[in-house]
Design a protein around this ligand. Structure first.
Ligand code: PHE
Length: 453
């Protein structure tokens, strides 16, 4: 395959790994995984989640990175070039197009939650949680959601932060931001875990998360764990593909993706351990649901030594995680615009930024003025975007990529990128051809309500 000239590449293997880990580690790990563990009964869910990461997540991440590096193009032109190379229909470019839109739609609501996080950094730093009780924390959160201008301020800032990085390009933007933010994120995580070991009920948290209780493994737990494994590793929308397209040829995709997946999963589990240690020490409810970090945790911070400092650090950690993920949500679209139109990268980023800023306004209004607006299936604006992307577009995108790599690409083409031994390749191919598609279709049908767990 001929490759476009003058395309940026990561300056090292590390740059790729930090950026892709940055994409993977996000609100999904810190906001969603802990509350899903809480709601689904702890350890049983953790076990299934780990199995899903290893059996479906890692093979698919290898697959997506492989597609990107082979194509050396944005996901739309990349899928088209790969389809031509494999001698099949150009229609595969629709996988890229759908992924590109999925990224833009996800940022529309991701930015709003990230905005809440930014607001909570300031609140924690200002000592607003000191002595707060459950009713106080809930009232604070609900009042906040009823203030469109305040939400708008944070949403605007977050969009500017995200597109600001992307506009600087692969090396001066994406790579530099991740080189700073991801190590900072890990440093804060260490402090947080250390603190929760010292002050929280860490032992109980470990028991809660890691004592296997097989009786609680239900079909619902399995399917939601798989869906989340997918979202958590940023699979199915071209983020990993576009990052893979900037990867130098000599880097081992297998090694790099395994390290990234393990890092992503470990961060989710460590944050979970820390959060539950604080929750248990304060006799709070682990199954609190989506409000866990905004309504339950502030109560813990408000009553513990150094709670203001730790609370501030915690929300800073979440903000860094969300920021590095958001960058990867828009990069496919910005790369496509820069590679296909006369717009410069800066202009492309501005265009996408304005579009997502407008979309976000509709989302933030759905928490107050437009609370009663229903789009499809009786869902509000926020829920429609969330469900449409994470339950339909991402799984379909991942399925298409798995089928393309598993059934349409020639062994030689795949192996030029993956370079696995014969048994390793056979195993990977089995997972991508059979295990991943069956699992994705099952989740897909379940989430659409066709199979009721
Ligand atoms: N993986 C990110 C998270 O866990 C979300 C994400 C999904 C980012 C898809 C990019 C693409 O929050």
């Amino acid at each position: 395959m001929t490759h476009p000239q003058h395309r940026s590449t990561w300056s090292s293997r590390w740059a790729f790994m930090l950026a892709t880990a940055g994409s993977a580690i996000g609100l999904g790990n810190i906001w969603k995984l802990p509350y899903m563990i809480g709601v689904n009964g702890g350890s049983a869910f953790v076990l299934v989640f780990l199995a899903c990461i290893f059996l479906v997540g890692i093979p698919l991440m290898m697959c997506e990175t492989m597609l990107g590096r082979r194509a050396q193009r944005n996901p739309v032109d990349g899928m088209q070039a790969l389809a031509q190379e494999a001698g099949t229909s150009k229609a595969w470019r629709w996988v890229g197009i759908s992924g590109l839109f999925a990224g833009l739609l996800i940022l529309g609501f991701y930015s709003i939650i990230a905005g809440w996080v930014l607001d909570y950094i300031v609140r924690a730093a200002g000592g607003e949680f000191t002595g707060i009780d459950g009713a106080g924390a809930t009232a604070k959160f609900e009042t906040f959601l009823g203030q469109p201008l305040r939400l708008l301020l944070w949403h605007s800032l977050f969009i500017a932060m995200t597109l600001g990085v992307v506009s600087r390009g692969v090396n001066a933007g994406l790579e530099k931001a991740n080189n700073i933010l991801i190590p900072a994120l890990f440093a804060i995580l260490l402090v947080l875990v250390g603190y929760s070991m010292a002050v929280g009920d860490f032992a109980r948290s470990v028991v809660f998360m890691f004592t296997p209780d097989f009786s609680r493994i239900t079909p619902v737990a399995i399917l939601s764990a798989l869906g989340h494994a997918f979202f958590s590793l940023s699979l199915g929308m071209g983020a990993v593909m576009v990052y893979g397209s900037y990867l130098q040829r000599h880097v081992s995709i297998t090694r790099a993706t395994m390290i990234i997946a393990v890092a992503d999963t470990s961060v989710g589990l460590l944050v979970g351990l820390a959060i539950f240690a604080l929750v248990f020490a304060n006799h709070l409810e682990p199954a609190a649901g989506p409000g866990l970090i905004f309504q339950t945790l502030p109560i813990a911070f408000g009553s513990m030594p150094w709670g203001d400092v730790i609370g501030t650090l915690f929300f800073l950690l979440v903000a860094f995680a969300a920021w590095t993920s958001a960058i990867s949500l828009v990069e496919p679209a910005v790369a496509w615009l820069t590679e296909n139109t006369r717009l410069t990268r800066k202009q492309s980023a501005l265009l996408i930024g304005v579009g997502d800023w407008l979309l976000g306004i509709a989302v933030l209004l759905s928490f107050n003025a437009w609370q009663d607006v229903r789009l499809v299936f009786g869902l509000g604006i926020f829920d429609t975007l969330d469900k449409l992307t994470s339950t339909i577009m991402l799984p379909l995108g991942g399925l298409a990529m798995a089928l393309f790599a598993g059934y349409f690409m020639k062994t030689r083409q795949v192996q030029e990128e993956l370079g696995l031994g014969p048994s390793g390749y056979g195993f990977w191919r089995f997972l991508v051809r059979y295990v991943a598609p069956v699992a994705i279709v099952a989740v897909f049908l379940y989430l659409l309500g066709i199979i009721q767990g």
